[in-house]
Ligand binder design. Structure first.
Ligand code: ACO
Length: 526
């Protein structure tokens, strides 16, 4: 079986005889963000808070949001179809589709079943998987389900597809600027350029009411902001410990007494509720390295000058300004090298909830060359309130040659900044009106969305109506005035050549233009 290949239903995967599929992970990835955003500096003024609170204090520049024309089904339809088209994939090459979301518009019917409309023309209904929910963690749970399926005896040789999507909206008040919206779709299979390292997952799950959605007709969560930060940071501590213990055990088995530290991650990406928390989280990992080190050198190197913090107890330091400041300073260089680039989408679009951490991953892939990425280990920390968290690692393939799966994956994301830049800025008043409209109408039967379809990106799915029985209808905005283009004109990216059935006529996604710039992130002095 060729690299990343997928078999048709009924066929026996070649690896069934050869053993387990190798190097299972993410083959390609597609990000969708809404076409409009509000500027956070303007929002500070509108909300009457001190200038800098959202932009420097939280590290957010722009916040994407959806009109009443989009819901969780339309977001996921758009992301999945873009992924399939950009990679010339046929729907019968997919044997599992997992959805991660906390944007619930139906207590029974899954988003996954709505997405099956995309499969209808192919005739493929043999598609396992369903929705997974726990706050921002659902995307990771969905990804793990997909990877586990490919690595299991249930695998039939086809790809798995994962889509994480959410509309992150808060009631007016301090949490509102930490909203956002979007979806990330990922294709999972063997011989992937981004391999989830086997057995290296540090998980921590615990009960807390830090952020939850008990009101079935409200899109807004009940949130205890401070508690949610404490839960996030405590989960990070616990997950990192478990992850390191597992890798130490593995290394010991291999005869090495090497200690794992942040240096062993080429990149470190986090679930990003807002960029500043991510910057603090990297500092937190350095604190863990420091406290876990038997004899840290405090005279030189990264721990230089940190002796005074030798005896601090992690559980006493979640809001300790001195510890935070010292370790943010000590990790500043690491932040530049390992994490800052991951915050492109987060800074420009806000918290997308389940796709947030995968938006961070995409941001790294969009800004580094295959040569810079090849062979690196990427640490991934996923957190969902309530709470559920995992820190796991992705190993990037060594093959960085032109045309390699890694080169195709990065090429498919090279227009990310251009896509973000092509969005429309709206005034905070318009944003507030939009939030009010959603609040009043998102749950209604017999509803026709009022916003203009023309403002959506070409190729975006949108809600056309909700009938008296709450049944939702969708349509897709045409990709261009002249109609669909031939498959050959679409971005040439991963996996397409492995698909046995001929590509159908597929429409074109907005083309790539200039390369992305780095994200301006606050330096952590607040
Ligand atoms: N210039 C620069 N910085 C400023 C300014 C200013 N004028 N004013 C305030 N700041 C800083 C503050 O010092 C603070 O920095 P710090 O975090 O380093 O202390 C930061 O801006 C935020 O100000 P706060 O007063 O702490 O903000 P507030 O308490 O009003 O809200 C919060 C922040 C709790 C994050 C809120 O936005 C929230 O509840 N968000 C949703 C919950 C969330 O995202 N939790 C994270 C994990 S769970 C999840 O992912 C949903």
């Amino acid at each position: 079986m060729s690299a990343g290949s997928a078999k048709m239903p009924g066929s026996v995967p070649a690896n069934a005889e050869a053993g387990w599929p190798k190097d299972v992970g993410i083959i390609c990835l597609e990000v969708y963000v809404p076409s409009q955003y509000v500027d956070q500096a303007e929002l500070e003024q509108f909300d009457g808070v001190a200038a800098g609170k959202y932009t420097i204090g939280l590290g957010q520049a722009k916040m994407g949001f959806c009109s009443d024309q989009e819901d969780i089904n339309s977001l996921c339809l758009t992301a999945v179809q873009h992924l399939m088209e950009r990679n010339c994939l046929s729907y019968d090459s997919v044997g599992r589709l997992e959805v991660g979301t906390e944007t619930i518009i139906d207590k029974s019917k899954s988003v996954k079943t709505v997405l099956m409309q995309l499969f209808e023309e192919s005739g493929n209904t043999d598609v396992e998987g369903i929705d997974t929910t726990n706050a921002c963690y659902g995307g990771t749970a969905a990804l793990f389900n997909a990877v586990n399926w490919v690595e299991s005896s249930s695998w039939d040789g086809r790809y798995a597809l994962v889509v994480a999507g959410d509309i992150a909206v808060y009631a007016t008040g301090s949490a509102r600027p930490t909203g956002g919206a979007g979806a990330v779709a990922m294709l999972v299979g063997p011989n992937a350029p981004l391999v989830l390292e086997r057995g290296l997952r540090g998980t921590h799950m615990q009960h807390a009411y830090d952020f939850y959605k008990p009101d079935m007709v409200s899109e807004y969560p009940v949130v205890d902001g401070k508690l949610s930060i404490e839960c996030y940071l405590s989960a990070l501590d616990r997950c990192y410990k478990v992850f390191r213990d597992k890798i130490h055990a593995r290394w010991q088995k291999e005869g090495s007494d090497k200690r794992f530290s942040l240096d062993d991650f080429g990149f470190m990406v986090f679930h990003s509720p807002y960029c500043k928390l991510v910057q603090k989280s990297l500092a937190r990992l350095l604190l863990n390295d420091f406290l876990g080190h038997p004899r840290p050198d405090t005279d030189s190197g990264v721990f230089s000058g940190l002796e005074a913090f030798r005896d601090v107890k992690p559980q006493d330091t979640y809001f300790d300004r001195d510890v935070e400041k010292a370790f943010m300073k000590a990790s500043a260089q690491m932040f530049e090298e390992k994490t800052k680039a991951s915050l492109l989408i987060s800074n420009q679009n806000g918290n997308m909830y389940t796709p947030s951490v995968y938006g961070c991953l995409a941001s790294v892939l969009a800004q580094y060359s295959p040569q810079q990425l090849a062979g690196q280990r990427i640490g991934v920390f996923s957190y969902g309130s309530g709470f559920a968290a995992t820190l796991y690692s992705i190993r990037v393939t060594e093959d960085d040659t032109p045309g390699s799966p890694l080169a195709k994956l990065t090429a498919s994301l090279c227009d990310l900044q251009a896509r973000l830049d092509s969005r429309r800025k709206v005034a905070p008043e318009v944003f507030a009106e939009n939030m009010k409209l959603r609040q009043e109408t998102h749950h209604l039967a017999n509803y026709k969305p009022q916003s203009s379809v023309d403002e959506l990106f070409p190729g975006t799915w949108y809600l056309t109506s909700v009938d008296e029985k709450h049944r939702r209808q969708y349509a897709r905005r045409p990709l261009n005035e002249d109609g669909p283009l031939e498959a050959g004109l679409v971005h040439s990216t991963t996996a397409a050549e492995h698909i046995p059935s001929p590509a159908k006529k597929v429409p074109r996604i907005p083309a790539a233009s200039s390369g992305p710039d780095m994200v301006p992130i606050a330096n952590g002095e607040h």
